[in-house]
Design a protein around this ligand. Sequence first.
Ligand SMILES: [Mg+2]
Length: 184
Amino acid sequence: MKRIEALAVLDEVFASDPLVITCGATAREMASLSRKKTHLPLLDSMGLTTPVGLGIALGHKGRVGVIDGDGSLLMGFSILPTLKAYAPKNLIVIVLDNGQHASADGMYSQANVVDIAGAAKGLGLWTAQCDSADELKKLISSREKSDEVSLIFVKIETGNTPNIPFYLADPAKLGADFIEAVAG
Ligand SMILES: [Mg+2]
């Protein structure tokens, strides 16, 4: 599955739920597909997607989605025990794992040599892995009445979708729109 195919699924599934999106090509590809005020792309904030999602989930009654990448999660890997400690049952973290920093010339990430899903599982977090749109939809749907945080690791193809323009939105405006949509 390509990243943009996974993003189309996530845009549909989290139709009106808050959705925090990691930076770089992931944010750009999502913006090319769909722009919603409930989307919070963390432009230039690598490593902070899941921490921001945790904070939102703790203050929000409904479901909250996070779209992280392997590189970004590895940068902020200390969030995993924090997720276990706070255990927000309304938070679903989707990690799109291509084993590389696709927005940084495709450098390999440590996800090539480290089982990041296994590490999360080792911390006692609920984890699942998949590599297709159908499995991804089913896994998210299966967590509707979950009593703990969910981490779904999705294997995606390497590389980026070509000809996606830079996403030059003002982060302050994105944040204000998100607050209005989610808290309003
Ligand atoms: Mg990656």
